[in-house]
Design a protein around this ligand. Structure first.
Ligand code: HXC
Ligand code: NAP
Length: 290
């Protein structure tokens, strides 16, 4: 399948969007589509060389404007500086996408407290730092705005072997829902997307090292039988940050091909039972109630 762009031309015209971690992976793919829809973009992360390369490539491909800024989302002063640079370049900012993340798989008892901090600092602290800095600005300016947080489905199911990430994403989801109530009176919407597996170098090298991917085959856990396509996620993100979604607030939209429910449903693994075995089992079971 090849997903098509969804929104109509110019759907994000005049909006300035900050995407944290926008130089790579899903962040980059969302940025590309936002540019195609007419938005001005600011991308930030720690590696300026990566950001500059992405900015150059995407400006060339789309004809849009991208400002790359080195900013570690764990450092509040760097976020304030990014906001100032954004205002100087584009005059305004309308949308924040909290997409930056860090993660690795490990049995929890093997983690040092520093390892736990490293992940929660990027994901939870990074997201609330950006949200707070931008929120204060928007409220002071009396400006309508939108926050989109990229979480995961284990924000609510939890998951072994990624406990710091699960704790942090759960916190980001709680923030999404809390601010949807508290800041709506200022015209600020907060929503989240919970993606299932979408191949990116960042996630794949850290979470599905080759020796594991060969053994576990993550596609088998997805009822639609494939990974997500970046354009599918970009379509959803563009909708949620656009004015078409102006009544959507406090929502978390799952885009995982049914993966988490498949893992949760008691009998879903019965998929593996062939028709002949169903015939035999039905014969055995029917009529037993009399
Ligand atoms: C146990 C580990 C570890 C591991 C690092 N540490 N890797 N502990 N198992 N595999 C520990 C170190 O020992 C150290 O603690 C502490 O973590 C920090 O170490 P660093 O050397 O700073 O870590 P480093 O490996 O350089 O960087 C970790 C990172 C990095 C910051 C998370 O990988 C990163 O920059 N990631 C950003 C991109 C990313 O992770 N993208 C994936 C997002 S995917 P001590 O105490 O020993 O000093 C995602 C998908 C979710 O979120 C859902 C998918 C379906
Ligand atoms: P990725 O390419 O590794 O993206 C993570 C980005 O975060 C990188 O660009 C990284 O850039 C940036 N980053 C890390 N630490 C930072 C910090 N302290 N300050 C600023 N930026 C920082 O991974 P991805 O797969 O695209 O993930 C994007 C988002 O989707 C994440 O929130 C992830 O949890 C979520 N997600 C992904 C999947 C998936 O299957 N891919 C599934 C569920 C959820 P620098 O290294 O330059 O800082």
């Amino acid at each position: 399948m090849k997903a098509e762009p969804m929104l109509k031309e110019g759907a994000l015209q005049g909006k300035t969007i900050i995407v944290t971690g926008g130089g790579t992976g899903l962040g980059r793919s969302m940025v590309k589509y936002f540019l195609e829809l007419g938005a001005n973009i600011v991308i930030c992360s720690r590696k300026l060389d990566v950001l500059e390369k992405t900015a150059q490539e995407l400006m060339q491909e789309t004809g849009g404007q991208v400002l790359p800024i080195a900013c570690d989302v764990r450092k509040y002063n760097e976020i304030e500086a990014m906001l100032q640079a954004t205002l100087e370049k584009f005059g305004r900012v309308d949308v924040l996408v909290n997409n930056a993340a860090g993660n690795f798989v490990s049995p929890t008892e093997r983690l040092s407290h520093k390892a736990f901090d490293v992940i929660t600092d990027i994901v939870l602290k990074g997201s609330y730092n950006c949200t707070l800095a931008l929120g204060k600005h928007w409220i002071e300016q009396k400006q309508q705005a939108t926050i989109l947080n990229i979480v995961t489905t284990y924000a609510w199911t939890g998951s072994g072997y990624v406990v710091p990430s699960a704790c942090a994403k759960a916190g980001v989801l709680a923030m999404t829902r809390s601010l949807a109530s508290e800041w709506a009176k200022y015209g600020i919407r907060s929503n989240a997307i919970a993606p299932g597996p979408f191949p990116t170098e960042g996630a794949w090298t850290r979470l599905f090292p080759k020796q594991l991917a060969d053994k576990l085959d993550p596609v088998k856990r997805i009822p639609v039988g494939r990974f997500g396509e970046h354009q599918e996620l970009a379509n959803l993100a563009a909708y949620l940050v656009s004015d078409y979604a102006s009544f959507v607030n406090g929502e978390v939209v799952t885009i995982d091909g049914g993966e988490w429910l498949y893992g949760a449903g008691e009998f879903n693994a019965f998929d593996m039972i062939p028709q002949e075995m169903w015939d035999a089992m039905e014969k055995q079971m029917r009529g037993k109630g009399q």
